[in-house]
Ligand binder design. Structure first.
Ligand code: SAM
Length: 432
């Protein structure tokens, strides 16, 4: 599958013929270069600020395609180039984005080639001939079908690959890597089952919509959500069906509307689901900027929850709750299709720190559950250390909790076209 992003149409008066397209390639290379030097995708997007909407969408899609296929592209480039340009030079990201367009996108080969070479500036002048020759060779090989078979496993850094192979096995790991090379679907979460059903019946056909959970609808990739019927009215929000399962599973276990503490709540995907299900929700997060997004989301969807800006490791709960939902901070490797920059930035050392934080948050969350209440733990991670192993050690330490017999644990993986997610529902012993 290739990205659906299209060439930008000719733009306003400030753009000379073709300039916009060239600027788009230069911005895409600058975005990728910033990520190669350690920036996140969100931070690097400031490199696209001079582009118009369609140029920005294309530059973003080119950058993401290069990140998703980074290892494959690197292997191919090595077969043409003895010494890669240094990472401070835009020449290296230009080579990557040129190859990404030629191999993985619906961009005409002549445009990919011409505009990428034209985006070479004065500083990269010494590499212009190299960029031109290498991209021409790739375009030619693509045309006559002699590009060597590239393995999507090459896109997965060693520490992740070995981790997944040990837990999921070689075959499933290869299937996960193959899926991660593609852009993700767009899932929408509706306030309730009947809202989802009604929307699908009225508008589904227009957007190739399909139901993926009682409240989630999947739309064709590239759909602009702000233009959809019901967006302004706040009938839905963006949430992958895997992440959406946690609040649905918790609500199914609770005996009607309950007092729920949503720990690590921002930007509020699960808060909205819990509020829509009728629970009285307290949403807590350490990040003020993310909490602002939560507040905006509540406003747009006309749902209500109390929100608290605090560090869960220091906050003291005023009372115990019927349920605590802990969507813990994690490596987020379950969201790699959406955040392919994480492939370059995450490390085993960072995961070890997050595992410690998850264990500490779990211990606190557990104390705030009423006897007979439920603790829901989730991570948008593919790493068993942050999911299965974390819950194994928790249950070993806390004999007052048991996995709920009705809905114990679930593991989602991208090879089933879902984000990666792990969730566990545990019941606290004692009087209910
Ligand atoms: C996986 S995200 C939560 C996503 C959210 N539950 C949703 O569904 O939209 C993890 C969140 O944990 C928050 N966080 C990290 N450390 C925290 C702490 N010590 N106390 C409270 N929140 C924390 C982060 O700010 C981040 O918003």
């Amino acid at each position: 599958m290739s990205s659906q992003a299209q060439e930008p149409r000719k733009t306003g008066k400030h753009h000379h013929k073709g300039r916009g397209k060239t600027n788009t390639r230069r911005a895409a290379a600058a975005l990728l270069g910033a990520i190669m030097r350690g920036k996140t995708l969100d931070e690097a997007r400031d490199k696209l600020s001079d582009l118009n909407d369609s140029e920005r969408n294309l530059a973003d899609a080119i950058g993401q395609a290069a990140l998703r296929h980074y290892g494959e592209i690197e292997d191919l480039l090595k077969s043409y180039i003895k010494k890669m340009p240094p990472k401070q030079s835009l020449a290296k990201p230009l080579l990557f984005i040129g190859a990404a367009q030629l191999l993985y996108m619906n961009v005409p080969a002549h445009a990919a080639l011409h505009e990428t070479v034209a985006a070479t500036g004065r500083r990269e002048q010494p590499y212009r001939g190299l960029i031109n020759a290498v991209l021409r060779n790739i375009a030619r090989a693509q045309e006559i079908g002699t590009v060597p078979a590239l393995d999507p496993l090459a896109n997965i850094p060693d520490w992740l690959r070995t981790n997944w192979q040990a837990f999921y096995g070689a075959e499933k790991t290869a299937a996960i890597a193959a899926t991660l090379a593609n852009p993700p679907p767009l899932d929408l979460c509706f306030k309730n089952t009947s809202a989802a059903r009604d929307w699908l019946a009225q508008h589904g056909a227009q957007y190739e919509g399909q139901s993926v959970s009682p409240t989630h609808i999947r739309l064709a990739e590239g759909t602009n959500i702000t233009k959809l019927a019901g967006f302004t009215e706040g009938d839905f929000w963006v949430q992958n069906a895997a992440a959406g399962d946690m609040a649905l599973a918790l609500t199914a276990l609770l005996d009607g509307p309950a007092e729920v503490l949503d720990l690590c709540a921002a930007p509020g995907g699960k808060t909205l689901q819990l509020a829509a299900a009728g629970h009285r929700v307290t949403a807590l997060d350490i990040s003020k900027t993310r909490l602002q997004r939560l507040a905006n989301n509540l406003k747009r969807t006309n749902l209500s929850a109390e929100w608290v800006s605090a560090d869960a490791l220091e906050w003291v709960a005023p009372a115990a709750y019927d349920a605590v939902l802990l969507d813990a901070p994690c490596t987020a490797t379950g969201t790699l299709r959406r955040h392919p920059d994480l492939l370059r930035h995450r490390s085993a050392a960072a995961m070890a720190k997050l595992m410690k934080l998850q264990a500490e948050l779990l211990a606190r969350a557990a104390d705030w559950v009423k006897p007979g209440g439920v603790l829901a733990y989730g991570v948008c991670s593919l790493q068993p250390q942050e999911g299965e192993a974390q819950i194994d050690s928790f249950l070993e330490a806390r004999d007052d909790f048991t996995l709920d017999a009705a809905a114990p644990t679930k593991r989602f993986t991208p090879d089933n076209n879902m984000d990666g997610f792990y969730l566990a529902l545990m019941r606290k012993g004692g009087e209910g």
